[in-house]
Design a protein around this ligand. Structure first.
Ligand SMILES: *[C@@H]1O[C@H](CO)[C@@H](O)[C@H](O)[C@H]1NC(C)=O
Ligand SMILES: *[C@@H]1O[C@H](CO)[C@@H](O)[C@H](O)[C@H]1NC(C)=O
Ligand SMILES: *[C@@H]1O[C@H](CO)[C@@H](O)[C@H](O)[C@H]1NC(C)=O
Ligand SMILES: *[C@@H]1O[C@H](CO)[C@@H](O)[C@H](O)[C@H]1NC(C)=O
Ligand SMILES: *[C@@H]1O[C@H](CO)[C@@H](O)[C@H](O)[C@H]1NC(C)=O
Ligand SMILES: *[C@@H]1O[C@H](CO)[C@@H](O)[C@H](O)[C@H]1NC(C)=O
Ligand SMILES: *[C@@H]1O[C@H](CO)[C@@H](O)[C@H](O)[C@H]1NC(C)=O
Ligand SMILES: *[C@@H]1O[C@H](CO)[C@@H](O)[C@H](O)[C@H]1NC(C)=O
Length: 638
């Protein structure tokens, strides 16, 4: 295995022999003088860790393989998409923040009106969210429409507006929407109290749902190149801890695992979610201004099969706008999701909101969390349409001197690419990049060194929870609390122990990418045995779930086929992909099978559902059982 300087020097030899001789002389001199070490070489070289080729992580307890993003089975389903304007006609309205008045101004651009016909009458609606209500996350309302001719100042109490213009025949010919961040007394007072001498650390978290590390390379090559050229730090061994978005984001935002969340602040009961210890609460308590935005109201993290927030979770919260805009503005869908919303792509409202946040609170301590689903959730091709747009956003936010986390929660979880040979691998390894502004790199040189080291170590969402928490504590003081779901997890600004295992990081075998598996023939006896074991397990689960309330609603399943079998003999672990009758539900499970031991066969962690279940499970709205339920009756049960 090569060391850093071995890699550096031969490269120089080829280009400049004299330089090499001089360098060698200097190196020898330093060695003779016994000057500390050769740290300066590390700085000029492209630091490479001692990882064998073909691996992302390699230690005694964890070896994560490095696969090609261009695997032909997956590429078969990948077609790059273009970014196209949502509506061809020009955008008539504009909303600007007037710094001297501290208010937003809505402007109707007169010269553009002719594109919409004669005698246009324009007005705007304010969007209201009930202040505190059981349905506050679903039920928003709009006020009456206020006339506007050329421009109008928007009241400070108004957050988010819909603009509507009618022609002479009173037909709506122009509909548009704007998410704004007006001044709030409470926020202003809080920010005034920030009297610390030290510059606050500003934190931005930006996410794109369902994008694996490999799909970022495949679908967003320009974005990735931007990240590399601008010195962002990647975590190659970033392994998800649970199946879908909610638990993986909860691990980051609260440090809780699924069981703890259900016990302390069950998102399925109304009014409970706010009891969770979200990081944005800690930031607010320490004097920060906070924001949270997510697109796709129907499937957003805290609302899909969940009750959402009664009280707005952060100072600025885009959901009321998205809900109303999705009801009023024209929508163009892509892969079943609202891709275009009026004049913009729905994801752009989220990232424009992020930009607005950094501009409005430029010199204040802020924490923002911004999450996009609409251009990535259902098809690996779709994110490519936003590749170049994303660079513009990242470039702007990078210029704000914030610490930035740019990441995903998991890879594609269902559909044909999920069933391809590296589908399970991509699903468990989302991308994670971190940006440090120069002033922090100068102040804490160790962080950079640690991030380089941690690049090829096993890491997970709880580590990110600890990392963000550490930023708050450095900036505002207070004590760091261990992540409840993973006491051994830590900030990635410190080097992690080099021998980390999935067990250390609270990652169940089923989600753990550290064990390498080889294919086993599905015609083996063992495949049938494990398949039947799993079907019995699922049937028992359904029969006993919530006192057997779903026994009659969901069909009893039987094994139809064993589709893929993988084995890790060292640990007696199997990954089995199988299909059940009736109606062909496909699952994937990890099972430990060691004949002769006390418990011969046991399920290791969660069960993945690989094909879309919304048609089978239309009769249940319970997140705990939906993926297992093939409806036997045409009734909806909650
Ligand atoms: C911005 O506010 C200032 C002060 O209230 C006012 O004089 C100016 O006209 C405003 N600008 C716009 C474009 O509304
Ligand atoms: C707004 O404009 C419409 C159409 O010109 C008019 O009928 C209505 O009276 C106006 N409303 C107000 C409050 O000015
Ligand atoms: C969200 O769900 C509601 C109720 O099922 C549906 O009417 C609406 O069209 C959905 N919205 C979008 C944007 O798909
Ligand atoms: C994903 O999108 C591509 C490009 O539009 C399309 O060819 C492919 O069929 C889609 N795949 C799925 C699973 O919908
Ligand atoms: C990693 O663990 C192995 C065995 O448990 C041990 O021999 C080795 O020294 C450890 N390596 C490091 C760097 O701690
Ligand atoms: C079972 O369902 C009934 C009616 O559908 C409901 O009243 C009861 O609370 C449910 N029990 C559980 C444990 O969910
Ligand atoms: C069976 O699956 C198909 C395709 O996914 C779906 O259209 C159909 O509604 C399902 N039927 C039942 C009874 O679940
Ligand atoms: C369920 O029942 C509704 C009407 O009650 C009907 O329109 C629909 O087609 C039924 N769906 C299935 C899958 O049987």
């Amino acid at each position: 295995m090569k060391t850093d300087h071995e890699i550096l020097l031969p490269a120089k030899v080829n280009t400049n022999r004299k330089f090499f001789v001089v360098m060698l002389g200097v190196a020898l001199l330093l060695l003779i003088l016994n000057l500390k070490n050769l740290n300066f070489l590390e700085n000029v070289s492209h630091v490479r860790l001692d990882i064998p080729t073909g691996f992302l992580v390699y230690n005694d307890h964890c070896q994560i393989e490095d696969h090609s993003p261009y695997d032909p089975h997956t590429m078969k389903y990948f077609t790059p998409q273009n970014y196209a304007q949502c509506i061809k006609k020009p955008r008539l309205a504009e909303v600007k923040f007037n710094k001297s008045s501290g208010k937003y101004v809505l402007i109707i651009n007169k010269p553009l009106r002719k594109a919409y016909g004669k005698d246009l009458e324009c007005c705007y609606h304010k969007i209201y969210r009930p202040p505190y209500d059981e349905d506050a996350d679903i039920r928003v309302s709009i006020g009456s429409c206020w006339n506007v001719t050329n421009s109008v100042e928007i009241a400070e109490t108004t957050e988010n507006i819909i603009v509507r213009c009618k022609n002479k025949k009173l037909v709506d010919v122009y509909l548009d929407g704007f998410a704004t961040m007006p001044e709030k007394d409470e926020v202003r007072k809080r920010l005034e109290r920030w009297k610390k001498e030290d510059k606050p650390i500003k934190v931005m978290m930006l996410g794109i749902d369902s994008v694996s590390r490999l799909n970022l390379i495949r679908a967003m090559p320009h974005t990735r190149q931007f990240l590399e050229r601008n010195g962002w730090f990647e975590l190659n061994g970033y392994n998800k801890i649970e199946d879908n978005t909610f638990p993986n984001l909860m691990a980051i935002l609260t440090g809780y695992n699924t069981a703890r969340t259900a016990a302390e602040c069950d998102a399925e009961s109304s009014g409970k979610l706010e009891l969770c210890p979200f990081l944005w609460k800690d930031f607010r308590n320490e004097g920060y201004v906070t924001a949270f935005a997510e697109d796709a109201a129907n499937l957003s993290t805290f609302n899909y099969l969940k009750e959402g927030f009664e009280e707005r979770p952060t100072d600025y919260y885009i959901r009321p706008f998205i809900l109303e805009a999705e009801r009023i503005l024209p929508i163009t869908k892509l892969s079943g999701l609202p891709y275009c919303l009026g004049y913009k792509h729905e994801g752009e409202y989220v990232f424009d909101y992020a930009i607005e946040f950094t501009e409005r609170f430029n010199s204040s301590p802020y924490f923002g969390f911004f999450w996009a689903n609409t251009f990535s959730h259902n098809n690996i091709s779709d994110a490519s349409s936003m590749d170049d747009r994303m660079i513009k956003y990242l470039n702007k936010i990078q210029a704000t001197d914030s610490v930035i986390f740019f990441f995903s929660d998991h890879g594609m979880r269902f559909g044909p690419t999920r069933s391809s040979p590296i589908g399970h691998y991509e699903e468990r390894l989302p991308f994670m990049f971190i940006y440090l502004p120069k002033w922090l790199k100068d102040k804490y040189p160790k962080w950079e060194e640690s991030l380089r080291f941690n690049k090829n170590q096993l890491t997970n969402p709880y580590d990110i929870h600890m990392t963000v928490q550490s930023l708050l504590r450095i900036s505002a003081g207070g004590e760091i609390k261990p992540a409840d779901g993973c006491p051994k997890c830590q900030s990635v600004f410190e080097k992690v122990p080099p021998n980390r295992s999935c067990e250390d990081l609270a990652i169940e075998d089923h989600w753990c990418m550290c064990n390498n598996y080889v294919s086993e023939s599905t015609s083996q006896q063992i495949g049938n045995f494990l398949g039947n074991f799993m079907v019995a397990h699922i049937n028992n689960f359904v029969m006993s779930y919530k006192n057997g309330n779903f026994t009659e609603t969901c069909n009893k399943l039987s094994l139809k086929s064993v589709d893929v079998l993988r084995v890790n003999r060292k640990n007696s672990l199997y990954i089995i992909t199988f299909t059940t009758d009736p109606n062909g539900s496909q699952f994937e499970a990890t099972v430990k099978h060691s004949p002769g031991s006390v418990i011969e066969t046991s399920l290791r962690g969660d069960i993945s559902r690989l094909n879309i279940y919304k048609f089978d499970a239309f009769c249940v709205n319970d997140g705990g059982i939906k993926k297992y339920c093939s409806c036997s009756k045409n009734v909806t049960k909650t």
